[in-house]
Design a protein around this ligand. Structure first.
Ligand code: TYD
Length: 248
C-alpha cells in the first residue's frame, strides 16, 4: 500500500514527524497467513459518549470482537490503571511519568491480549489507545518535547512478532465546553484527577486528536458526538464497514 501524504496542521506547536508503520508485521502474522481480526481504537474526550457507544457495540459484536480498554485490559495492566488513574498520588505525576505508565500498560496489553486475539481472527475493539496519550499528555499537558519518545515507544509497542498497529481509529468529536458540561451533569461517573483541568486543557486535547490524525498513516474517522445517539451509532457502523467489520 503506498504511504499516504503527510497532511500539514498549521499552527500546531509540535515538530513535524511522520509515524512509519511496521508494514511487514502489519500484514503478515507469525504463521505467515493473512490476519483476519482488525484492531480498532475508539477515542475522544471524556463526555463524548464513547462509553455508551462501546456498550451498544458490545451487544452487536458479541461473538466476533474482544473488547478492552486503556489503560487496563489485562490483570497487570489493570493494576497500572489503578496507579495512574485512581491513586490520588498520581496527581503529582509528571506528563513524562504518565506517558511511561500508559505505555507500560499498553505494552502489557499488546503482548497478552491484542496480539493473541488478532492472531486467532478476533477483532479487538479498545476503549482508548495511543491516540489518548498523544492528545492528553503531549497536547493537553503541552509537552512537545515528548513527541520523539512517543514515536519511538509507539513503534516498539506495535512491532515485534505478531504485533499489529491499529487498523482504524474512531474519534468521538465534540466541542470541549459541551463535553465538560456532560461530565459535570453525569453524577454516576466517578471523578478522577483527569477531570480536574480547565477548559483550555480540554480544547487542546480536542485539537490533539486532530493533530494525531494528521500525523499517522492509519485512518482516523471523526464522528460528530453532538448528534443523537442512534445517528452516532449508525456512523460508527459505516466507518467499521470501510474495514469490512460488520455486526452479526
Ligand atoms: P476513564 O475513566 O477510563 O475515562 P473514560 O471513561 O472517559 O475513557 O479514565 C481514563 C483517563 O485516562 C481519561 O481521562 C483519559 C486518560 N488517559 C490519558 O491521559 N492518556 C492515555 O494514554 C490514556 C489511555 C488515558
Amino acid at each position: 500500500m503506498p504511504p499516504r501524504r503527510h497532511r500539514s496542521s498549521r499552527g500546531f506547536p509540535f515538530p513535524s514527524f511522520r509515524i512509519r508503520w511496521p508494514w511487514t508485521v502489519h500484514q503478515i502474522n507469525t504463521q505467515g497467513g493473512s490476519v483476519m481480526g482488525k484492531y480498532v481504537i475508539f477515542d475522544g474526550m471524556d463526555g463524548s459518549g464513547k462509553g455508551t457507544q462501546i456498550d451498544v457495540l458490545k451487544e452487536r459484536f458479541v461473538d466476533t470482537a474482544v473488547f478492552t480498554r486503556e489503560p487496563g485490559g489485562t490483570p497487570f495492566a489493570e493494576e497500572i490503571r489503578k496507579i495512574v488513574r485512581d491513586n490520588p498520588l498520581a496527581e503529582r505525576s509528571t506528563a513524562l511519568g504518565n506517558l511511561l505508565l500508559f505505555f507500560a500498560a499498553r505494552e502489557e496489553l499488546q503482548h497478552n491480549l491484542v496480539a493473541p486475539m488478532l492472531r486467532v481472527g478476533k477483532h479487538v475493539f479498545s476503549d482508548r489507545g495511543d491516540s489518548s496519550t498523544f492528545a492528553f499528555q503531549l497536547c493537553g499537558e503541552q509537552h512537545k518535547e515528548l513527541c520523539s519518545l512517543f514515536v519511538d515507544l509507539r513503534q516498539l509497542v506495535f512491532s515485534g512478532p505478531g504485533r499489529r498497529s491499529p487498523d482504524l481509529y474512531v474519534v468521538f468529536d465534540l466541542p470541549a465546553g459541551i463535553a465538560r458540561e456532560r461530565v459535570m451533569r453525569d453524577t454516576s461517573r466517578a471523578t478522577t484527577h483527569f477531570d480536574m483541568r480547565d477548559l483550555a486543557y480540554y480544547e487542546r486535547v480536542r485539537e490533539g486528536f486532530r493533530a494525531f490524525a494528521s500525523r499517522i498513516e492509519a485512518p482516523v474517522a471523526f464522528i460528530d458526538a453532538t448528534l443523537p445517539r442512534e445517528e452516532v451509532h449508525n456512523r460508527v457502523l459505516e466507518v467499521l464497514a470501510t474495514k469490512e467489520i460488520f455486526p452479526m
